[in-house]
Design a protein around this ligand. Structure first.
Ligand code: SAH
Length: 442
């Protein structure tokens, strides 16, 4: 989400005639986009912010813009006092305050901050920042801003505001504009992306939106994240299976493998529900890969409850696990009402156990690709190797002198590790060239 937000700020600034620089001391405008989902991210944001103070002192004309979740939707006053050298504050996903400040429409800037007008002034026509034009293969499009779910541990609803779907026309225009600039893959973003359109009766569902995006000529691949177990629908899964451009990869966090912990997190489903959901996703989308997020050391999490999570991952053998140690966030329900009683070293121990378990599972899943030919969309060349992703979102490297940027090619896999694979272009075309055929055969 922050990558998408930052890209839009770059784009908006370039429209005003600014150019990007790699040297922060040379910049006329510095935008610091921030995340506070865990304490470590917040600490990093404060660290960077503090490091900007001498720059402002040496060159008082430098405009410093603090953006994102550190600012939130109503947090500016405290920050203004603490960081008087910041010229302008912007909530997440919203370059409007900065733009109005730079164009000297300060009252409009303040108003934009209050009303959250976000990208209205961009009209959905989104020129990529110059350094990405003609290079960016895979782009993000936020489709749902904010979140209204309120998991007890999560600060996002407080900082990103209430859930709000973007109009489909705007999303489609933006997607078309990105594809015209060479983008081949689009990932739709939302805290609970499956809830797209639920807040507005005039909007399609996420499945409906996918159908319309699937028709864009030149667009090769569509992904979406993050799903929530209670909102992912049969319609969505069936549509994802049916549409050739929608990739067989679902990001649907379980967060924990114990129903009591899940209830304390206020996730709204049980451990058993999650098992059933994974079975359902696998039955509807052939060859699907699934990613989860897990928090270890949530308040009150016993050893037995943690083992529930361990067994969940062992049983379900998901493709990717994003692990986090519980971090109390000021103002959230868990921070106010539940003591952070799992010691730090114990959080680390649980973290490492899951990490080790998943490394083994991922290595085995990858090994299943050995000798197979899969379709890879190539993004960029790094250290002499072209880097791309399979339909299931696995990272693949290929040595080639041909310019593969933005191309989908069959790749025969010759080596696999837990986090990536190596292969070579061509050879036999993929055995199952498209997913419709794959579905029929399975
Ligand atoms: N809206 C998505 C993603 C939220 S943020 C969802 O609910 O699934 C990404 C991940 O950060 C979460 O899935 C969760 O695993 C983790 N996270 C959020 N708050 C956290 C906290 N207080 N401590 C540790 N991890 C947290």
């Amino acid at each position: 989400m922050n990558v998408a937000d930052s890209q839009r700020v770059s784009s908006a600034l370039e429209r005003l005639g600014y150019e990007s620089t790699r040297v922060v001391e040379e910049a006329d405008v510095i935008v610091l986009n921030t995340c506070v989902v865990r304490q470590s991210a917040e600490d990093k944001a404060y660290g960077r912010l503090t490091s900007l103070q001498p720059i402002k002192k040496n060159r008082p004309g430098t405009v410093i813009n603090l953006m994102g979740c550190l600012v939130g939707v109503k947090n500016t006053e405290v920050l203004q006092k603490r960081f008087p050298y910041v010229d302008v504050f912007s909530p997440p996903s919203d370059p409007a305050p900065l733009i109005h400040f730079l164009t000297q429409e300060e009252t409009r800037a303040e108003e934009a901050l209050r009303t959250g007008e976000r990208f209205a002034f961009m009209d959905g026509d989104l020129p990529l920042p110059v350094h990405e034009r003609g290079k960016l293969v895979s782009a993000f499009i936020p489709v749902v801003y904010g979140c209204s779910h309120a998991c007890t541990y999560c600060i996002i609803p407080y900082r990103r505001g209430v859930e709000q779907s973007r109009p489909p026309e705007e999303i489609l225009r933006e997607a078309g504009s990105l594809v015209a600039q060479g983008v081949k893959e689009i990932t739709l973003l939302g805290q609970i992306v499956d809830r797209y359109g639920v807040d507005n009766p005039d909007f399609p569902t996420l499945a409906g939106l996918l159908r319309r995006l699937n028709e864009i000529d030149g667009l090769e691949r569509i992904r979406f994240l993050t799903s929530h177990p209670n909102w992912i629908t049969d319609e969505l899964l069936e549509t994802a299976a049916e549409l050739p451009k929608v990739m067989p990869h679902i990001e649907v966090p379980s967060q924990a493998g114990d129903s009591e912990v899940l209830a304390n997190m206020r996730r709204g489903y049980t451990n058993e529900d999650y098992y059933r959901l994974v079975e359902c996703i696998r039955s509807k989308i052939a060859g699907v890969s699934i990613a989860t997020d897990i928090i270890v050391g949530f308040p009150g999490e016993s050893e037995a409850q943690f083992m529930g999570t361990y067994h969940q991952l062992q049983d379900l053998r998901l493709d990717v696990v994003h692990l986090a140690r519980y971090s109390p966030r000021t103002g959230t329900v868990s921070e106010r009402r539940m003591p952070d009683d799992v010691p730090e070293h114990e959080k680390w121990r649980r973290f490492r156990l899951l990490e080790e378990l998943q490394e083994g599972i991922a290595a085995e899943i990858s090994a299943g690709y050995l000798g197979r030919t899969v379709r890879v969309l190539f993004e960029e060349k790094r250290k002499g190797r072209w880097q791309g992703r399979t339909e299931t979102n696995k990272l693949v490297f290929v040595e080639s002198d041909v310019n593969l940027r933005g191309q989908v090619r069959p790749v025969k896999i010759s080596w696999t590790g837990p986090w990536s694979m190596l292969g070579s272009i061509g050879g036999a075309p993929p055995l199952l060239p498209n997913r419709e055929e794959q579905l029929v055969l399975s």
